[in-house]
Design a protein. Sequence first.
Length: 287
Amino acid sequence: IRRQARARREFLYRKGVEERKKAVQEKKERLLKALEDGRRIDTDLRRTALSLQKSLKWDAQAPDVGSSQDDEYRWAGVEDPKVVITTSRDPSSRLKIFSKEMRLLIPNSQSINRGGFELGHLVEASRANGVTDLLVVQEHRGEPDGLIVSHLPHGPTAYFTLSGVVMRHEVADIGPCPQAYPHLIFHNFKSPLGQRVQSILKYLFPAPKIESKRVITFANHDDYISMRHHIHKKTSGGKDPELDEVGPRFELKLYEIKQGTLENARCADVEWAWRPYMNTSKKRSFL
């Protein structure tokens, strides 16, 4: 417990230092823009204008320091992720099947029964066993409708809504699910928020081998992320590969990102959240 508390304090300290540096950098940019345009310096910058101007010449030579968001995934790609998948309380049979299919979808993952465990106990046990991500699938009237991805040990935690869930046994002419590490395709994640969501989903999967024939696609269309799972093979007559769907498939819709983990979600800072008024502009997309 002391080790976890110390690591959390160090992480919060780094975030505080980063926020202070970001505030100073914004002041420097405002000062530089005022000097270039030849206009008067803002009143809140006049006392520190000389010291800020002296430090401007060193900014170009200073190394680029990673942010706290980079620090969250600093071991990504070096070590294979270890994912635990669980459900909400009293899951239906369909939700249990969906959690097992999610285990087949994500390599190095383990599906556990929720039982009477609280979220705090699950997170503590996951941290103690070196788990990198905790996934919680939720349902409404027997239909999976929610997915929570919590990155350990410090966050972030992303909340998605699930829709259009099609299980493996509901796909016609389906083959066996391969166990090779899949190649990932991310389409149309262009904004900074889209890159953030791409990192959250990408680092659930280990790095694949070149000869792997398994492909998982995350395609963004109007902030709805379509997930498809295929294997590719060459046809006997032509050069173009042929795709066979192995399921499952579903749609994801992001509605919140918090900077903490799942057990302290109530007191964690909200990094991004979808609000009802954001739906007024139909042409506006965030990812």
